[in-house]
Ligand binder design. Structure first.
Ligand SMILES: [Zn+2]
Length: 359
């Protein structure tokens, strides 16, 4: 009797620890600083008329409080409520919890490549780089029978066709002004594609407004029910380069609202409910030491290699904001995605270990 009890107990324990997600949604927002994520609006930047877009009062009303933890809650309410309570948030350097680019470049293509390949290829040194020669974790999952043709990616920036090597990987990558209807020919999708084709193009043909990327991805999630979905938002980086701090903060706030919308959908959907994890991160940081450098990034900008990462879902221990000294790297994201799904990502190149999300 006693041994039966022990067997049952050990089964229960094993099961509890082996709990994993069946589905994964990866979300990135380009060039979002950890300073803004963890401490909210920066008053020095917000008060500077070069950056507040003519209305510092409105900006303060929306995002300012004396306490940093109130400011960050105003900026990213979903991150600082649901994820802080049930998930994990890495990268608060004021608590000595560090996440950095391992790549030496601190701009987009090398950053996204590091996120998805799980290693640094120093040859990947340009945003115009050719289709990624290295396999990404998304391509690896696409090759597994369990996930075959159940992986999809949506990105505001057209470079994702190359970063994720759409051609070789066979993953549908709807980036920039790509139509989604070829993969999902519904009435709603045809309207979304028509609007995308007709909208104002603030950044030429390279990048669209996030609202299109979000609703294309959201519509695909609802209608095609992929097992693994990647959504890449880009406005945060664009407004920062333009020196528009109000628009940059509003874009961060909108991304947080969209993440809440995605989470609300999956948690009410019979397929996804309690079986879906999300991983949120960014491709690079931006300057802060010199306050005018918040608009910039790249290897010459001190601190532009400082990033952050957040996780939520089954199998992810609810540690909230990580408050102990740790050093993690962007390249750990790939194996983290795989292990969240109970898979081990193997490639010809070395793959960095996962974040300690279940410890
Ligand atoms: Zn940039």
């Amino acid at each position: 009797m006693r041994s039966l009890f022990i067997v049952l107990l050990s089964l229960f324990v094993t099961n509890t620890f082996a709990q994993k997600a069946e589905y994964l949604i990866v979300i990135t927002s380009d060039g979002v600083r950890w300073q803004d994520v963890f401490t909210g609006l920066d008053t020095t930047i917000a008060n500077n008329k070069k950056y507040h877009e003519g209305d510092s009062t409105a900006l303060r009303q929306k995002f300012y409080a004396d306490a940093f933890n109130q400011r960050r809650q105003m900026l990213m309410p979903f991150l600082w409520s649901t994820i802080a309570a049930k998930g994990q948030i890495y990268g608060n350097r004021t608590l000595h919890n560090y996440v950095n680019n391992a790549n030496p470049y601190w701009f987009s293509y090398p950053g996204y490549s590091e996120i998805f390949t799980g290693f640094v290829d120093t040859a990947v040194n340009s945003n115009d780089y050719m289709p990624n020669p290295n396999i990404t974790v998304l391509e690896y999952l696409q090759q597994q029978p369990a996930f075959h043709n159940k992986v999809a990616a949506f990105g505001a920036w057209s470079a994702f066709d190359r970063i994720l090597n759409e051609k070789r990987s066979g993953i549908p990558v709807m980036s920039g002004y790509d139509a989604t209807a070829p993969f999902n020919a519904t009435k709603t999708q045809l309207l979304l594609d028509k609007m995308l084709a007709e909208t104002y193009r603030p950044w030429g043909t390279e990048e669209c407004l996030d609202v299109f990327t979000h609703h294309n991805a959201m519509n695909y999630l609802k209608e095609k029910k992929p097992d693994v979905l990647y959504i890449s938002y880009g406005e945060t980086d664009e407004w920062a380069h333009a020196g528009k701090y109000a628009s940059y903060l509003k874009a961060i706030n909108q991304v947080d609202k969209w993440i809440a919308e995605i989470w609300d959908f999956v948690q009410h959907d019979p397929k996804y409910k309690n079986k879906t994890a999300i991983l949120i991160t960014t491709d690079h940081g931006r300057g802060d030491e010199n306050k005018d450098e918040w608009t910039s990034h790249g290897a010459k900008i001190k601190g532009a290699n400082e990033i952050w990462m957040a996780l939520l879902g089954p199998g992810i221990k609810p540690l909230g904001e990580l408050n102990k000294p740790q050093q993690h790297y962007q390249q750990q994201a790939a194996q983290t995605m795989a292990e969240i799904l109970g898979v081990s990502f193997k490639a010809k190149h070395p793959v960095a270990p996962a974040l300690p999300f279940n410890q």
